[in-house]
Write a protein that binds this ligand. Structure first.
Ligand SMILES: [Zn+2]
Length: 207
């Protein structure tokens, strides 16, 4: 599942010439879809046009699918032009008060997804996926980091599947420069996803 972030009344980051993150990420998602389909993946987008599904709408969309992987696409407002970073989820620091509370024992026996904790069971797989993607991004986009980042990203928290975000720099770049990044970005995502799928199927990647 590819998730072009933002959309509708939420344009995301805005460039000096008026370019919008919400539009660039749609282009990226379309490029990634082509590359992923060439690897035999079934690809769905959380939005095809200028809609703005909520975080929970997007999570519900992917949580209803079996064997899915979720990739949210963003364009940053800053950072070195022509670079890209992958993120997986890290829980924000737990406050002392929250830490002192015992978890609700009943919640562990319902068999239902605890919505707010959905990503917790996938942190390792998501981190591995982010590593695969970042290796490919570093090859396609010189100056990108070699290892992925961790962040408490709201969208990823409620997803019950391996989930990452990719952030391309930056909306300040010429629109043509950004658009040109679509194809190599798609290639990077597709190669990483294929390697991840292989690792899961041969058991070298374990939950
Ligand atoms: Zn964004």
């Amino acid at each position: 599942v590819l998730d072009p972030a933002h959309g509708g009344s939420d344009s995301g980051a805005r460039g000096p010439s008026g370019s919008a993150e919400s539009e660039s990420v749609i282009d990226f998602a379309r490029a990634a879809r082509v590359a992923l389909e060439a690897q035999g993946f079934r690809v769905l987008l959380t939005r095809e046009g200028d809609q703005n599904p909520s975080f929970d709408d997007r999570s519900a969309f992917v949580n209803g699918l079996a064997d899915a992987v979720f990739i949210s696409l963003h364009v940053s407002s800053a950072g070195p032009t022509g670079t890209a970073r992958a993120y997986s989820y890290a829980a924000p620091p737990v406050s002392a008060t929250a830490n002192a509370q015992e978890p609700d024992p009943a919640a562990h026996h319902t068999g239902l997804i605890e919505w707010d904790h959905a990503q917790e069971s996938y942190l390792g797989l998501s981190r591995r996926l982010a590593e695969f993607v970042q290796i490919q991004l570093a090859q396609q986009f010189q100056g990108s980091p070699e290892t992925p980042l961790l962040a408490p990203l709201r969208q990823l928290r409620t997803i019950a599947a391996p989930a990452i975000a990719i952030e391309v720099s930056s909306i300040a770049a010429d629109l043509s420069r950004l658009t040109q990044m679509g194809q190599p970005l798609g290639e990077a995502v597709a190669r990483a996803a294929a390697a991840f799928r292989q690792g899961v199927s041969d058991g070298t990647i374990q939950p």
